[in-house]
Design a protein around this ligand. Sequence first.
Ligand code: ASP
Length: 302
Amino acid sequence: MKPQLRSLLGISQLTTGQIEAILALARRMDLKRPPQLLRNRHVALLFYEASTRTRISFEFAAKALGATTTQVTPTSSSIEKGESLIDTGWTVANVGADAIVMRHPNSGAAYLLARYVHVPIVNAGDGMHQHPSQALLDALTITNHKKKLQGLRVVIVGDVYHSRVARSNAELLTRFGVDVVFCGPPDFVPEIAATLAPGVTACHDLNIALQGADVVMALRVQKERLVNKQLSVEEYIAEYQVTPLRMRLAKPDAILMHPGPVIRGMEVTSEVADGPQSCIHEQVRNGVKTRMAILATVLGAA
Ligand code: ASP
């Protein structure tokens, strides 16, 4: 048996048992009458990068469980004066944070800080690398709609190359027997992407990828990343935008997911984002429950 989870840094560190335990706890979280598991605990939110959903849902999650929270952002702290990540982390831990939830533009930043500070670190996104709480909340959302993960076909479409969401999701889902298809133009889905985990394949034709899909997960596509690349914005939209017509290629009961922020008219149309198959709002609600479960787990209060 693995020792209790101390920091949540990435999906690969978790056993399937630990993933199942976090999901089971998240399912039990009652948002109307949340258990006061973290009373007198302090959670610091150290965000070096912009965030809406992740930051506020960790904040709501911590507060719902009775903890207090403090936001630390570059413009409101000594980070602006050039203080290093480790020095800032030491300060945050020494003033009394019991856990640090952190987002950083550099891959590996959360792993680095976890080696230096004595409190649990929860990775809320590190560069292009990992976003474990997103993958856990996505798994919770999928299992709310599908009987089991085993045998599902999940198509992740968009800028997979730059996406920590795609990496964490593919690592988690393939562990449970899901077939994950990365789909996008070769710049966004290089062939090597399929070597991420057994069960992952790469496909450059969305109309083929979507056939028989149980879950369509669209990712944000930044226009500037298309500039000077193989496709123009118009070509990307023509070949890879998730439209109502394309959704019909998937199974009739397929669900549509997106980690946000959604760029309407780019990776998905508004009809799809707001349509009956869309689980985007549910993902956000599940984000709070999942992050409650994560915080309770790393703080030993589960
Ligand atoms: N919100 C997600 C993330 O922080 C996805 C995105 O930003 O495109 O990785």
